[in-house]
Ligand binder design. Structure first.
Ligand code: ATP
Length: 469
């Protein structure tokens, strides 16, 4: 199974990331045994751990660390009027062209302009159809009939669930402006072109926070949230030279937005959007007022009961896209000249000075790594396996752990490196004698000997103080 690296194979490419993700159980093609389902992916054992931890980290960052931001989990199926009010029924479209010859379907804004002007297919030179609008919302029916009365949409963004609950939340939680509502959940878009692995899919997850502010303060809050979202990636240890801002020009700006910036990441296929920070004005709440007939004004009790429709600053990140970004960002191949073994009597692992070895390593921040600590007995025999299991039993109260006793210790380190496990604990003969173990660091491959009783605390400190080199 393990494709061990024998030499440097060049920078991360989407093929390498896709193959590693499958081999190690991060992401599988949906319904693979039936030939796969386009636009949908399944998250395997390591993938779901990574996804859950990214979500938990974002949630903490956006709610726990901000007294004035609360959470919500709204339904995917919403009243269809929602999408009329939001403008999605009318405007959530991509321009579509088909090749009459090879039948390939393109987004008209993604093919070279001269092909579009001459109506020739960029793949086969065949004739292209006229451009037509294609609505990206998935439609289905609720109830026993399949007529228009039961028409319902799978939500294309999580934001609207927040807007329609904004009054409920003010009332139930006595929120005062400025305040925010955070939500993580699935969204669905019938994307014309899905490629680049999980970058653009039809079913995906978003992490959105909508911040409600007084009109006139929106520009300051917009700038503040831009700063905070940038700092978030810094805290996650992402390569900051792989991130940049992209301001939406007049052609890109959504009909509701006053200003919009994307945070783009340098993926293997180039700079692409990771998250949007948008000043959505009071468009959404004004439209929901019109369409629902409900008064959605905020009553400012601290200011003579002033009434106004708040402006909304939105931060909208893709959870599954962040997962892809973090794997790309963490991916590294490194020459390992010599790695010490836990027990010096066993010699060295990873070859010696003359025979260099290569390793693939995912340098995840320990806060999001799928496995935080792996416990490895040097040998299965002589009670080492039992001792290692016992240590794992203790650590699993606090950390996501793994246990591996199969094969040479060097190989086992490599397997953990490739899964992005930041810490390994190796149990050897000395552990039986004096209760100490070896703590091995993924990034530096440094090993230290510490008493078993100090492990959990030491790991906690290392996570808190983690800085990516
Ligand atoms: P794009 O231009 O890439 O289609 P968008 O500008 O339509 O994206 P938004 O509507 O602003 O995207 O969505 C916010 C975030 O949700 C994006 O920054 C992205 O991380 C994520 N996202 C949007 N569409 C998809 C998709 N089809 N698959 C995965 N993630 C997505």
């Amino acid at each position: 199974m393990a494709e061990e690296l024998t030499e440097y194979s060049g920078p991360a490419t989407m093929e390498k990331i896709t193959s590693l993700a499958k081999r190690r159980g991060f992401v599988f093609q949906s319904s693979e045994i039936y030939g796969g389902q386009n636009g949908a992916w399944d998250y395997g054992p390591l993938g779901i751990e990574l996804k859950n931890r990214i979500a938990a980290n974002w949630w903490k960052e956006m709610t726990q660390l901000h007294d004035e931001i609360v959470g919500l989990d709204a339904a995917i199926l919403m009243h269809p009027r929602t999408w009329e009010a939001s403008g999605h029924v009318e405007n959530f479209t991509d321009p579509l062209v088909d090749c009459k010859k090879c039948k390939t379907r393109f987004r008209a804004d993604m093919i070279p302009e001269e092909n579009l002007a001459k109506k020739t297919c960029p793949e086969c030179g065949g004739e292209l159809t006229d451009t037509r609008k294609f609505n990206l919302m998935f439609r289905t029916h609720i109830g026993p009939t399949e007529d228009n009365a039961g028409l319902i949409y799978l939500r294309p963004e999580t934001a609207q669930g927040i807007y329609v609950n904004y009054k409920n939340i003010i009332q139930s939680n006595r929120m005062k402006i400025p305040f925010g509502i955070a939500q993580i959940g699935k969204a669905f878009r019938n994307e014309i072109v899905t490629k680049n692995f999980i970058f653009r899919t039809c079913e995906f997850e978003q992490m959105e926070m909508q911040y409600f502010v007084k009109p006139g303060t929106d520009v300051d809050w917009f700038n503040e949230w831009k700063k905070r979202r940038w700092a978030y990636y810094e805290k996650l240890g992402v390569k900051m030279d792989h991130l940049r801002w992209h301001q939406h020009g007049p052609d890109e700006l959504a009909h509701y937005a006053k200003d919009a910036y994307d945070i783009q990441y340098l993926f293997p296929m180039g700079w692409r959007e990771l998250e949007g920070v948008h000043n959505r004005t009071n468009y959404d709440l004004t439209r929901h007022t019109e369409f629902s007939g409900k008064d959605l004004q905020y009553i400012d009790q601290d200011n003579n009961n002033d009434r106004y429709i708040p402006f909304i600053i939105e931060t909208s990140a893709g959870l599954t896209r962040t997962l892809l970004m973090l794997i790309c960002d963490a991916y590294d191949e490194e020459k390992v000249v010599q790695e010490k073994n836990a027990d010096s009597s066993e010699g060295t692992v990873g070859g010696n000075e003359d025979s260099a070895d290569w390793r693939t390593v995912l340098r995840f921040h320990p806060l999001v790594a799928p496995v935080t600590v792996a416990v490895l007995p040097l040998m299965k025999k002589d009670g080492l396996a039992e001792l290692a299991q016992d240590i794992r039993g203790e650590l699993k109260e606090d950390y996501a752990t793994d246990y591996d006793q199969a094969g040479a210790i060097g190989r086992r380190y490599r397997r953990q490196d490739e899964a992005g496990t930041p810490f390994c604990v190796t149990v050897d003969y000395q552990s039986k004698e004096d209760g100490t173990v070896t703590l091995r660091y993924r990034d530096s491959m440094e090993q230290i000997r510490i008493p078993r009783a100090e492990l959990a605390d030491k790991i906690r400190k290392e996570i808190k103080g983690y800085k990516r080199k």
